[in-house]
Each structure stands twice: as structure tokens, then as C-alpha cells.
Design a binder for this molecule. Structure first.
Ligand code: R2B
Ligand code: URA
Length: 312
């Protein structure tokens, strides 16, 4: 009898460990305190398990205002008590990032580009680890340039790829370039796609997302302060990207996918295409149209969260 019992306990324990957010840094165990500088939070100054232990969805996006708006939106969608207008920025001690907690949902801004989101992710993953959160899904809600898509189309990322369409992220560590895989969670992506089919008039595709280190030259735009290639060169590159399955271009997905994967976090990227890059480079839609487009990833992710919580 005893060995069977032990075995069961072992499996439960293994499952419990698997669901925890893993950090891959032995140094953290030896530190008396961990200061999450860019969040203005710390393990000694804040009770992170009490503040964040129930988090199940960490939603991130570039703009501070948009992520505040998302927190207010999800507050209404989950029909939580209190006034969504009075929601508090947990990171008010710093203006680097903003963070709002709405029930089991965190909404955090990450700024623009790989370095900015990667700093935020180091601290977010440590925060989730220190808070002993379990079974957390990370979702990036963003904007992007569409490749062969009508403006307003939502792209759920299949693979996050680099400038040469490889599903990898290169990180310089000391004097070496380390290559990390950027595979995302297929199950979550399919769940999101299913959610999109349950919404009315919600054009959504699944496709590869190319992550670049620049908005202008890095994305083959002809309208930056610098440009050394022709319209034909640009179109040829975009066609190659399209043939490699790329449906949108943004600036954070590869490092997001790579870091989540290494730390055992399920992750997805949901970005709306603001324009079709085959048609131009400038974003010409009116402010009202852009605001509505940017709400689309929020609507989709809210539907996903409500379904996961068994509310619909
Ligand atoms: C999408 O939009 C931003 C650039 O305008 C960048 O953060 C991204 O990934
Ligand atoms: N964000 C990007 O990174 N590229 C675009 O074209 C639009 C938004």
C-alpha cells in the first residue's frame, strides 16, 4: 500500500512543481532580497504571494494607457465589484512600466522593442515565481503591420520568427550569441482562434509573426529618416516573408516567446494589423479607427479569459 501512496504523492508533487513559474537562475536562491527595480517592488518591501498569488493571466502590451484601458475593460467584463475607473497602478513608484491587477488578471505595459519588454519580463517572471503563482498564461496584446492582410485583422501568432524567418531569438550573453527557440503554446493559440470564431465579425488568422529591432529600416519601410533600398527590394522581402508564413510584423514577440518557453510559461501573442504593408508604410487610419482596432486583441483575450474561468 505504502509505495502506491508515495507514488501518488510524488505525481501530485511533480504536477504542482510543473505548474509553478520556474526561474532559471540559481543565484536567486542565495539572495536575501530581490528588488524588482523597474516595478518598484521587492521581496522584503512587499508581500508578493499575498499581492499576486492568485494571478492566472498576465497580459502585457506596449502602451501604458492601453494597458490601463485593458484593466478597466476586463474589470467590467469579469463583473468585479468596485469602480473600474479607480483602478490603482501597482507600479506608481516608477514611470518605467505600469501594472494593474484585476482579480486573477495582471495588465502590464512593456514599452517598445525587445530590450524594453525583456527587462519587464525578467521582473515579471521573478514576480510570478516569488508570488508562487501556478498555471499562469502570459498573453501579449499588441499592434503590428499586416503582411497581406486587411487592416483590422487580428493575428494569433503561430511561430515568432526573426528577420530571416527562423523561429529563434538571439541573445548576446557576455561575449557569446545564444540562440533560443521561440515556439509558442499551440493549445493556447488554437483556443484563441476558436474564441475568435465565437465573436461576430472578428477577422482573425493564425500565422507567423516577424519580430524586428526597428520600426523603419528594420521593417523595410521607405519612410524613415534613413532608407537605402528600393520599393522593389522592400516588396521582394515582404513577399519572401509572406511565403514563409509571416502575416504580421512587430517588435517584441521573439524574446517574449523565448523567455516564457524557458521558464515553463504558456504564452500567446495576439496583435491587430494596423495596415497592410503591401499597400504602404504610413499608418493613415483615423484615430477612432485605430482605437477600435486596438481594442480587438483585448476583446479576444477577454473572451478567452472568461471562457477559461467558466464565466461563459
Ligand atoms: C508594435 O507597435 C510598436 C511600434 O509602433 C511596437 O512596440 C510593436 O511591437
Ligand atoms: N507596429 C509595428 O511594429 N509595425 C507596424 O507596421 C505597425 C505597428
Amino acid at each position: 500500500m505504502a509505495p502506491i501512496l508515495l507514488n501518488c504523492m510524488g505525481n501530485d508533487h511533480n504536477d504542482y512543481i510543473k505548474q509553478l513559474v520556474q526561474v532559471k537562475n540559481p543565484n536567486l536562491d542565495t539572495m536575501e532580497e530581490d528588488i524588482l527595480y523597474h516595478f518598484s517592488l521587492g521581496t522584503k518591501t512587499h508581500n508578493l504571494p499575498e499581492m499576486f498569488g492568485d494571478i492566472k493571466f498576465a497580459c502585457v502590451g506596449g502602451s501604458a494607457n492601453r494597458m490601463k484601458g485593458f484593466a478597466q475593460f476586463i474589470h467590467k467584463e469579469l463583473e468585479l465589484p468596485g469602480n473600474s475607473e479607480e483602478i490603482i497602478n501597482i507600479c506608481e513608484g516608477t514611470d518605467r512600466y505600469c501594472m494593474y491587477k484585476v482579480g486573477p488578471v495582471l495588465s502590464i505595459s512593456h514599452g517598445m522593442g525587445v530590450p524594453s519588454i525583456s527587462i519587464m519580463l525578467h521582473e515579471l517572471i521573478k514576480l510570478l515565481h516569488h508570488a508562487q503563482c501556478r498555471d499562469v498564461v502570459l498573453l501579449r496584446l499588441g499592434t503590428s503591420g499586416g503582411v497581406g492582410l486587411a487592416p483590422g485583422t487580428v493575428v494569433v501568432t503561430d511561430k515568432a520568427v526573426d528577420y530571416s524567418f527562423r523561429a529563434q531569438f538571439e541573445q548576446v550573453i557576455l561575449d557569446k550569441v545564444i540562440t533560443r527557440s521561440t515556439e509558442l503554446d499551440e493549445g493556447v493559440a488554437n483556443e484563441l482562434l476558436q474564441c475568435s470564431s465565437e465573436l461576430q465579425n472578428f477577422p482573425t488568422v493564425i500565422g507567423n509573426t516577424m519580430c524586428t529591432h526597428d520600426f523603419y529600416e528594420g521593417q523595410g519601410r521607405l519612410d524613415g529618416a534613413l532608407c537605402s533600398f528600393s520599393q522593389e527590394d522592400k516588396l521582394e522581402y515582404l513577399r519572401k516573408a509572406y511565403d514563409a508564413g509571416v502575416r504580421n510584423i512587430e517588435m517584441e514577440s521573439t524574446v517574449f516567446a523565448a523567455m516564457c518557453r524557458i521558464c515553463g510559461l504558456k504564452a500567446a501573442v495576439v496583435c491587430v494589423a494596423l495596415l497592410n504593408r503591401f499597400d504602404g508604410d504610413q499608418i493613415t487610419s483615423t484615430q477612432d479607427v485605430l482605437v477600435e482596432f486596438q481594442q480587438r486583441p483585448q476583446v479576444l483575450v477577454s473572451h478567452f479569459i472568461k471562457k477559461r474561468l467558466g464565466l461563459i
